[in-house]
Write a protein that binds this ligand. Structure first.
Ligand code: SF4
Length: 197
């Protein structure tokens, strides 16, 4: 029997609800473990993702895998997705209307997986999901919005040309999984920022 995620995946693959469907090669549904405690969310697919129809498969994806491995986590253990499922031409930031049109898919992914924490990757996803800015100020912190916990970190692509940032990403991902372990052990964790709905 098809799972709810399989059905959602098909809807994303066939979706023509916004004009990004006219320029994409493939739409890029989320991928990974539907029992994951965490969903990683970037903004939108890039060139490699568009060609393969999978999230975070380019150089940025390798950096994310590296940070996960450093924390003792395999990519297959987690679920990875984007707020917008089709690549905007020339990797421009998705428009407000594109984000709004696509938002039901990420909401459905969250409803199905029910993650303990959603890990926001980068400033644009931070803005889209939590209305935040200045990722450098908020990275490494825990936020809460509508009873959902969020962990904020930099986009793995930021580490490609700035070697110092790979250590920042590694530290953040390690901290994220320490927090998840604490949550699973029933410990209270302190919330750094409350975001309004
Ligand atoms: S970006 Fe989202 S809403 Fe637009 S066509 Fe792709 S899947 Fe559909």
């Amino acid at each position: 029997m098809e799972s709810k995620l399989d059905i959602l995946r098909k809807k994303v693959i066939e979706c023509t609800k916004c004009e990004l469907s006219e320029t994409r090669t493939n739409s890029v549904p989320g991928k990974g473990n539907f029992r994951s405690d965490v969903i990683f969310v970037g903004e939108a697919p890039g060139r490699n993702e568009d060609l393969k129809g999978e999230p975070f498969v380019g150089v940025a994806g390798k950096k994310l895998s590296l940070a996960l491995e450093n924390a003792g986590i395999s990519r297959e253990d987690v679920y990875i997705t984007n707020t917008v499922k089709c690549r905007p031409p020339n990797n421009r930031v998705p428009s407000k209307i594109e984000k709004e049109t696509c938002q039901d898919y990420i909401k459905n992914e969250i409803e199905i997986i029910k993650p303990k924490i959603i890990c926001i990757l980068g400033n644009t996803a931070f803005g889209s999901i939590l209305g935040g800015t200045e990722i450098t100020k908020y990275r490494g912190k825990i936020g809460r919005k509508d009873d959902q916990l969020y962990f904020i970190t930099i986009h793995p692509a930021a580490t490609i040309y700035n070697q110092g940032l790979i250590e920042v990403l590694k530290q953040d991902i390690k901290k994220l999984f320490e927090l998840i372990r604490e949550l699973k052990n029933g410990k209270d964790i302190s919330i750094d920022i409350e975001f309004s709905s």
